[in-house]
Design a protein around this ligand. Structure first.
Ligand SMILES: Nc1nc2c(ncn2[C@@H]2O[C@H](COP(=O)(O)OP(=O)(O)OP(=O)(O)O)[C@@H](O)[C@H]2O)c(=O)[nH]1
Ligand SMILES: [Mg+2]
Length: 637
């Protein structure tokens, strides 16, 4: 796994010169950089160590106006080479870079006090002391400090040895820990005849040629046609280290600095993030102290990986202040989406006058919205901010969201019992229980009658949507699964489409049963009255009508037309007998049954739908499902 070291330090303090002395590579490759003798863009070099291992370097500019470019370089490094000129001592960008590295949470560093050839040894020692004090106030505390000269070569062997140790410490810290490959693009260019080429530092596992990847933001699919490590074509690059990828079929304009190339489902494009912020350290006494926490409405510039975006702090009632280390949580809204994943570190700067504001980490790149966010509590946010293991984090994020889709990367990390699976989602158990409790209450309120399944599904779906931001269909599907399991677990009972209490046999009340009998009798004639009027006359409620229908005691052919099953069977026998002789016309059926056009039309349509009769120009004839004379057990002859 290749460790990537980024330079840092004030302008002209000798970063690029030191890298050239170490590696023989001039990271200042642009003509303008060479002419002006200063770094403008991020540059690259690499060093083969005594043990044969290779270190990659990212060289950054020290100019105060180019701190944005410094952060592009610092956004994806494992360790730091801080350079301070012995003649000049620590200066404004020495301090600012240290503040930014601290904000990014970088830990492993080596400090080179360079240009030692220009000053007496006492001056070098004094600068080393000054630097020691500064560095030890940051996350880089304890970093070794060496005095060197790029011009004379003094101290370079010791520096190489210190860099080898730096590499070992970075690896022990988990630099390049295994995980999905992710490359934040820091440079894009078009190569004639080859198409678009991007470069960046690889995080996570290795990247294979032709592996299917996504570009975020945007989500477009891409396969790297060619990979290069330090100018040499490879089948696979990394893990870790600098990588160039030739992207087949991608327009140069579709990729920019900050675009991320990955197959990691945890990386998403987002313009609204839940973050934990820590006010930036202030090493420069002339700079105003950042008040913690940052006020709502504060305009910021986000530097995340190689991406930058304008944003604004949105404070709300779910924000948590006073977390360990002075952290506080907030929502960050961006002007444009960036590619982000949970745990990513970033820096916020004040746009004007430009200065560090805060370091941060992403708690949730897509926090809940709408009702689910209003229902989320500060405690949920705090649990997420304090989570230390993937399982804790996943459980805290589920609690915050109420529900997560099955394909969410956190679902696999959930500890057993932390979630209930329902339909295409997992639910926090309390929310699943609330939905089932609501259903149980509705069923209990309906006493003996039971409640239609469809109604309960929508009802429980509504409960789920109060606790999680879910599409209605997703919520109803999940509610359906919860209902099924409540029935399977014996908490509720189900008869047909009715859900009812387990301790009651479902069925209409005695009064309704009597009304049903009356209605059935009222419909037992070839030309019965309208169904609704008949039900009203019989005092039969709608559920009684449904019960008659589902029990097959009445045959309902239309909204307002039904026969008793017996009357309908008689009519069917008559129709079939006539149709067997000759094509049956509505008039013939009307005369044979003594009814009217209304009844025979409905009857013929219904028998046609069932395939018992088939309509021909001459009239209806027996259809494919007609019971054959003599073989039918229905008594048709
Ligand atoms: N005498 C002496 N001069 C040095 C040494 N290192 C660098 N210099 C000189 O210092 C000047 C600045 O060096 P650079 O390497 O360009 O400085 P830098 O830190 O990369 O500057 P930026 O990229 O603009 O931030 C150049 O003129 C170098 O020749 C050294 O060890 N001894
Ligand atoms: Mg330089």
């Amino acid at each position: 796994m290749t460790v990537v070291v980024g330079t840092a330090g004030h302008i002209d303090h000798g970063k690029t010169t030191l890298l050239r002395a170490l590696t023989g590579i001039d990271a200042d490759r642009l003509p303008e950089e060479r002419r002006r003798g200063m770094t403008i863009e991020v540059g690259y070099a690499h060093l083969t160590l005594a043990d044969g291992d290779v270190l990659d370097f990212v060289d950054v500019p020290g100019h105060d106006r180019l701190v944005g470019n410094m952060l592009v370089g610092a956004g994806e490094i494992d360790a730091v080479l801080l350079v301070v000129a012995a003649d000049d001592g620590p200066r404004a960008q020495t301090l600012e870079h240290l503040e930014l590295l601290d904000a990014l949470g970088l830990v492993q560093a080596v400090v080179a006090v360079t240009k030692a050839d220009l000053v007496p040894a006492e001056r070098v020692a004094a600068v080393v002391d000054q630097v020691r004090t500064l560095v030890d106030r940051t996350t880089l505390a304890g970093a070794p400090i060496l005095s060197v000269s790029a011009t004379t070569g003094a101290g370079l062997d010791d520096l190489r040895a210190a860099l080898a140790e730096l590499r070992d410490r970075a690896r022990r810290d988990g630099a390049g820990a295994p995980g999905p490959a992710r490359l934040a693009v820091d440079r894009v260019f078009a190569v004639k005849g080859r198409g678009t080429v991007v470069t960046g530092t690889l995080r996570g596992g290795p990247l294979e040629r032709n592996a299917p990847l996504r570009l975020e933001p945007g989500g477009s699919g891409v396969r790297p046609r060619e990979l290069q490590v330090r100018g040499i074509a490879v089948q696979r690059g990394g893990p870790g280290g600098r990588l160039a990828a030739n992207l087949a079929g991608v327009d140069r304009a579709a990729v920019g600095r900050g675009t991320t190339l990955t197959a990691d489902p945890a990386v998403v494009a987002t313009d609204r993030l839940l973050v934990a912020l820590r006010p930036s350290l202030r090493l420069d006494a002339t700079r105003p102290t950042v008040r913690a926490p940052l006020a709502g409405g504060t305009v910021v510039r986000l530097h995340l990986g190689t991406a930058q975006a304008a944003g604004v702090i949105r404070r709300g009632s779910r924000d948590v202040d006073g977390l360990p280390g002075g952290e506080f949580t907030t929502i960050l809204r961006l002007e444009v989406p960036v590619a982000a994943a949970p745990g990513d570190r970033f820096v916020l700067r004040r746009p004007s006058p430009a200065q560090p504001l805060a370091g941060g980490r992403i708690l949730d790149p897509r926090p809940p919205t709408g009702v689910a966010w209003r229902h989320a509590s500060g405690a949920d946010v705090e649990a997420l901010a304090m989570a230390t293991s993937p399982a804790e984090r996943a459980a805290a994020r589920l609690a915050l969201h109420g529900a997560l889709p099955l394909h969410d990367p956190d679902v696999a990390a959930l500890p057993p019992g932390a979630a209930v699976r329902a339909g295409g989602i997992v639910l926090v158990p309390a929310l699943a229980a609330a939905a089932v409790a609501d259903v149980r209450a509705a069923v209990a309120a309906a006493a003996d009658d039971g409640v239609p399944l469809a109604e309960l599904r929508v009802r429980a779906g509504r409960v789920l949507r109060r606790g999680a931001s879910l599409a209605p269909q997703v919520a109803n599907d999940a509610a359906g699964t919860l209902l099924d399991s409540a029935v399977a677990a014996g908490e509720l009972a189900r008869t047909g489409e009715l859900v009812h209490r387990r301790d009651r046999a479902v069925g209409p009340a005695p009064a309704v049963l009597a009304a049903m009998d009356r209605l059935e009798r009222a419909l037992e004639m070839p030309a019965p009255p309208g169904l609704l009027a008949a039900a009203h006359a019989a005092a039969c409620p709608p559920e009684g009508v449904h019960a008659l229908e589902s029990a097959g005691r009445i045959v309902r052919v239309d909204h307002d037309l039904a026969w008793s099953a017996a009357a309908f069977a008689d009519l069917q026998v008559t129709a079939l007998r006539l149709a067997a002789d000759r094509p049956l016309t509505p008039a013939a059926l009307r005369d044979a049954t003594g009814t009217s056009r209304k009844y025979v039309t409905a009857l013929l349509e219904d028998l046609g739908r069932q395939g018992i009769l088939t309509r021909t120009p001459a009239g209806h004839v027996p259809g494919p499902r007609a019971p054959r004379a003599g073989t039918s057990g229905d008594g048709i002859h």
